[in-house]
Design a protein around this ligand. Structure first.
Ligand code: GFB
Length: 293
């Protein structure tokens, strides 16, 4: 009988997994991943057999630009503790979450799983990117634990972080649109992104938890189809029309971050042909309605 532990259970992705009610979702008070002793004590008591490691210090472009050192430091500490605990308590499967923003900034597109370490990441989030790349290396070195690195594109949905100073683009724009009748888009709006709805990602995680995994170490980019990549200004238009905004301005003094990070879902869909992706515009409107409610 598997005992599934989910770290970071109160966040965007964690919330979408609560429907798997027999899984464990400890709070950071019960399991402080920044504290080695607390982490080992929790694993010793609970003895999980499968770990879904979502907990991270994470944020949008502007948080990363301001907190690269803290991003590296905290994520390295959490990841070291989790991987050591999995080794010591012989966890059978560890699923971790990376991000398509950790890939090299200068590369061929579309991104595929083989490219992660082939060059420096974009300077805007190198702290986060290198910590996540080290997590991929750590998981590969585990001796008795099968590991899966899931690499999502930009996630969005209900229960996201909507704080304007740390949020990703979609919750930030929703917050501004709902709370101000005119609002500022940071940057030109010409960057390209593939947005993954959080419930679709939750389905991928659940599939991996139950997958009879053959290889010791697997990586899967989790992305909607490449042709579903959109400009930020397209997202702005949907939010503007759905909320009924009068005027929008673009603050061209702000960074656009990475221009694009187009990623291929080929390996994921070849391995799990039943994976489906929701309609982006419909789920963006659902997320706005959830925030307004
Ligand atoms: O989601 P986001 O903040 O991060 O998106 P990244 C940034 C893009 O949205 C840039 C535009 O092109 C911004 O110019 N944007 C427009 C805004 N208005 C806003 C706004 O009000 N707030 C924000 N945040 N963006 C992140 C990485 O990159 O991707 C993280 O830094 C993480 O580490 C995440 O991996 C998935 O997509 O640029």
């Amino acid at each position: 009988m598997s005992r599934v532990l989910v770290t970071g259970g109160s966040g965007l992705v964690g919330h979408s997994l609560h429907k798997y009610s027999d899984w464990l979702f400890p709070s950071s008070k019960e399991l402080d991943l920044l504290d080695h002793v607390s982490t080992m004590r929790y694993f010793d008591n609970i003895r999980p057999t499968i770990v879904v490691h979502l907990a991270a210090r994470v944020g949008g472009l502007y948080r990363n630009l301001n907190e690269n050192m803290e991003m590296f430091h905290d994520n390295m500490k959490m990841n070291l503790n989790i991987v050591q605990a999995c080794e010591q308590y012989k966890v059978t499967k560890l699923i971790v979450v990376l991000s398509t923003c950790i890939f090299p900034d200068k590369c061929e597109y579309p991104l595929d799983e083989s490219m992660i370490h082939m060059g420096p990441p974009h300077h805007s989030n190198e702290g986060y990117a290198y910590a996540k790349r080290m997590l991929e290396v750590q998981t590969k070195l585990l001796k008795n634990t099968k590991t899966i690195c899931l690499i999502p594109t930009n996630l969005f949905g209900p229960h996201d972080n909507f704080d304007l100073t740390t949020a990703h683009v979609i919750p930030a724009l929703i917050n501004k649109a709902v709370n101000n009748k005119t609002f500022n888009v940071l940057g030109s709006g010409r960057a390209l992104r593939q947005f993954l709805y959080v419930e679709d990602f939750a389905n991928i995680i659940h599939t991996c938890v139950n997958w009879e995994q053959v290889n010791e170490h697997e990586l899967f980019i989790c992305a909607p189809n490449e042709e579903d990549e959109v400009y930020i200004e397209y997202v702005v238009d949907i939010i503007k029309n759905h909320v009924g905004i009068d005027e929008i301005t673009y603050d061209m003094t702000c960074s656009d971050g990475q221009y694009k990070k187009t990623a291929s879902n080929k390996k994921l869909l070849e391995t799990f042909p039943n994976i489906k992706f929701s309609n982006f515009e419909e789920k963006l409107k659902d997320t706005i309605n959830w925030y307004i409610k």
